[in-house]
Design a protein around this ligand. Structure first.
Ligand code: C2E
Ligand code: MG
Ligand code: MG
Ligand code: MG
Length: 287
């Protein structure tokens, strides 16, 4: 009967929740160990100038290879780190490591680091960034913080102080995943952002849907009107890139079309390859 079926389904559902619960508990224990043993690593994904196709900066993305479970995605372990109160240890480590790696890349390529809402209270972000820049000799103009709408709104007062302090030093402030959060636009001009990263959900349909392209175009114009560097995330196809070049004022692009996030040893090589050569070569298609 339908009722019996319903009961069976709900038992399966609860069994699954139980598995999830134990899985998460185990991951928390293992993550704590991985952090203290220095087992996290970084991958870097390039952001390219849409006109020259050269690498302008790279985003640092945390990676955790579990000895038995393999790669655990950051969408799983970052929230767990927040729950167990260890996110800021990750953030502080990422800031130091990203600055160090960036200082060894060829040319003037910058680096961007993601921060969580909790970091604004839990650590002295300005102090951690200052220390990393001092130690590596990286100029503040080559360092950037990425923060989501949700994070700045959750921690509005303290976030605005911390971000203002960083911006005064010359550190870039990017608003990440724009369009997926509250999209309460008032903070866009109230906070010291230098860059707007438009979420990939605004990009995915633009080659097929005129309305999607129109929406992306207008979000990009909004960013340009506020003097922000405008970036499109999640660019996966030539058709998407061509539509952006033809119709939007987007200045930088990031996505699988150009490169997946790469381990440290590969990113310097990619930068050398893409950024080398004459102005004529820079007009060549990447691929
Ligand atoms: P995010 O900051 O928006 O980073 C971009 C994410 O989009 C990355 O996922 C990247 O691999 C993915 N991506 C890039 N290009 C494409 C594309 O063309 N198509 C698709 N489908 N995806 C693309 P990843 O590395 O799994 O990270 C997911 C999220 O986890 C990040 O989103 C960020 O919010 C968070 N995260 C990663 N590392 C850190 C970290 O060190 N600290 C904090 N607080 N959060 C982090
Ligand atoms: Mg990001
Ligand atoms: Mg993003
Ligand atoms: Mg994202």
């Amino acid at each position: 009967s339908a009722k019996a079926e319903g009961k069976a389904t709900s038992q399966i559902f609860h069994a699954q929740m139980d598995v999830d619960y134990h899985y998460r508990q185990r991951l928390k224990v293992d993550l704590r160990h991985a952090i203290s043993a220095g087992k996290l690593s970084l991958a870097f994904q390039p952001l390219l100038d849409i006109g020259t196709r050269k690498v302008v900066s790279c985003e640092a993305l945390a990676r955790w290879e579990h000895p038995e479970l393999g790669q655990v995605p950051p969408s799983t372990f970052i929230p767990l780190a927040e729950e167990i109160g260890l996110i800021s240890e990750i953030t502080a480590w990422v800031i130091g490591e990203a600055a160090l790696q960036c200082s060894q890349w060829p040319g003037q390529v910058g680096v961007a680091v993601n921060v969580s809402a909790r970091d604004f209270r839990a650590i002295d972000l300005q102090g951690v960034v200052d220390e990393a820049l001092l130690r590596t000799g990286l100029p503040p103009e080559r360092f950037e913080i990425e923060v989501t709408e949700t994070a700045v709104i959750e921690e509005r007062d303290i976030a605005s102080n911390v971000l203002a302090g960083l911006a005064r030093r010359g550190v870039g402030i990017a608003l990440d995943d724009f369009g997926t959060g509250y999209s309460s636009l008032s903070y866009l001009s109230a906070l010291p952002f230098s860059k707007l990263k438009i979420d990939r959900s605004f990009v995915s349909e633009i080659a097929e849907q005129p309305r999607a392209l129109s929406l992306l175009t207008n979000v990009a114009r909004l960013g340009r009107d506020l003097d922000l560097v405008v970036v499109a995330e999640g660019v996966e196809t030539e058709a998407q890139l061509n539509a952006m070049v033809a119709h939007t004022p987007i200045q930088q692009v990031q996505g699988y079309l150009f490169s997946r996030p790469l381990p440290q040893r590969d990113i310097a090589e990619l930068i050398s390859r893409l950024n080398a050569g004459s102005a004529r070569q820079t007009n060549r298609r990447i691929g």
